[in-house]
Design a protein. Sequence first.
Length: 157
Amino acid sequence: MNYNLDYLKKVISKSGHKVTTQKILILEVMLNNSHHLSAKDIHDKLKQKNIGLATIYRSLNLFIELNIIKKIDIDNITYYEMKIFSKNPFHIHFKCSKCGSIIDINNKDINIDYIGIIRKIELEEKFEIEDSDIMFKGICDKCKEDIKWQDQQNLEG
């Protein structure tokens, strides 16, 4: 039994929306995937279930409205990640310019500093920050190693 999915069904129904098979399948994809997903990624994973892309977008927009997921815009592509069960609701992302992977920065000290900055802004500016995105771009460790290996091969070849 998936208690997270059961909880999400309650969140949806208590908001006055129908808990449909399509919504459940989309949530299952989100819950069972540790990567950031685009609507197209979700559509590809559910292709055999005959769920249209428009249905996926409508469901994702509802999940954003209900604070179940978070939307992240990177290089004109929208990605989605779970928000409701996140251990770090405010965290930093890194996008590799070579392989395109999006990585969550899960360094405890950095996340504490990040949350501290958010709280300081809230106190000093009298804002209530609901969401925040910080994105770093560069080359991930795996791609750096691949580049070193290719350079080594070129020198030897």
